[in-house]
Structure formats: structure tokens, C-alpha cells
Design a protein around this ligand. Structure first.
Ligand code: ATP
Length: 145
């Protein structure tokens, strides 16, 4: 089975470094599936749960939360430079649920035009919401969206 080296790096550590058979990411241009020997590519990543296959099967897919950043692909290596990234075991689900609720409350207040709506940075809240969703998706948490 052909494999390719995947390295996911956050500002403070190497989050993941393994030989993998396929990676599925959400780039700024849409979803991308990367196989070994892929053509060289550089793209931005949006907050999401990356899917990593270590063997040929989708049954053993691993999920990794990525808050955003860049991905560089060469035929031999995939490098993800993430603003933050976590493996499911390192994700604090309670913290992610709180971040989700906080962001949702801000977005709702902005749209309802509450008295302090003018002070709400709605784009920032939307990004925070997407980071929280990425973390909850990576841990396969069922929650009230
Ligand atoms: P919060 O509002 O809870 O801080 P955030 O989305 O603003 O969430 P980030 O700025 O993306 O947080 O990340 C800051 C640091 O905290 C990073 O090192 C990231 O890995 C870590 N982090 C954020 N949320 C979680 C979580 N739910 N579980 C584990 N680590 C987390």
C-alpha cells in the first residue's frame, strides 16, 4: 500500500507525524482528498476535522481538529501548519461546548440587534464557532446545534 508522510504542526508542537494512505481536508477552496504522489500544492485550511486514513480502509479513519492554517503537499510529504490542532484524546469537550455556546450567543445577539450588538465582532464569533464545531466533530460528540 502506498503511503505518504503526514506532519501536522501547531505553534507549540508536532501534533501528528505518521505515514498515511489518504488525507481529506477542507481547504479554503473546498474539500480535497490527498493521496501519495499528489501534485505539489499549497492551500489555506478552514476550521474542520481532518480525516486521516492510515490503511486503505475508511473504517480506521482518524480525526484531527484543525483550527485553520496552511497545507503544503509535495509528492512525498503533506505538511499542515495549523494555528491550532488537536488529536481527539487531547480535546476538552466541555471547553469546546462552552466555546460553541458563547460564540452562538454572540452571533444570535448580533443578528437580533440587541443593545450591545454594535460591539460584537461577528466574523470573529463565526470563526470561534467553526473552531468549536471542528473540535466537537473530531471527538464525534453529539450535541445540540
Ligand atoms: P477557547 O475559547 O475555548 O479558548 P478557541 O477556539 O478560541 O477556544 P484557539 O485560539 O483555537 O481556542 O486555541 C488556543 C489554544 O487552546 C490552542 O493551543 C488549542 O490547541 C487549545 N484549545 C482550544 N480549545 C481546546 C479544547 N476544547 N480542548 C483542548 N485544547 C483546546
Amino acid at each position: 500500500m502506498a503511503t505518504i508522510k503526514l506532519e501536522i504542526v501547531s505553534p507549540d508542537k508536532v501534533v501528528y507525524s505518521e505515514d498515511v494512505s489518504m488525507v481529506i481536508v477542507r481547504s479554503t477552496g473546498g474539500e480535497l482528498g490527498i493521496l501519495p504522489h499528489h501534485a505539489p500544492l499549497v492551500t489555506g485550511l478552514v476550521p474542520h476535522a481532518m480525516r486521516v486514513r492510515v490503511s486503505g480502509s475508511d473504517r480506521d479513519e482518524q480525526l484531527i481538529a484543525v483550527a485553520g492554517g496552511f497545507m503544503e503537499v509535495t509528492p512525498e510529504k503533506i505538511t499542515v501548519l495549523a494555528t491550532a490542532a488537536e488529536q481527539p484524546i487531547d480535546i476538552d469537550i466541555n471547553r469546546a461546548q462552552k466555546a460553541y455556546a458563547r460564540a452562538k450567543e454572540r452571533i444570535d445577539a448580533f443578528h437580533q440587534g440587541t443593545p450591545d450588538a454594535k460591539d460584537i465582532d461577528v466574523e470573529r464569533a463565526q470563526l470561534a464557532l467553526r473552531r468549536a464545531i471542528a473540535r466537537l466533530d473530531a471527538t464525534e460528540t453529539e450535541w445540540d446545534r
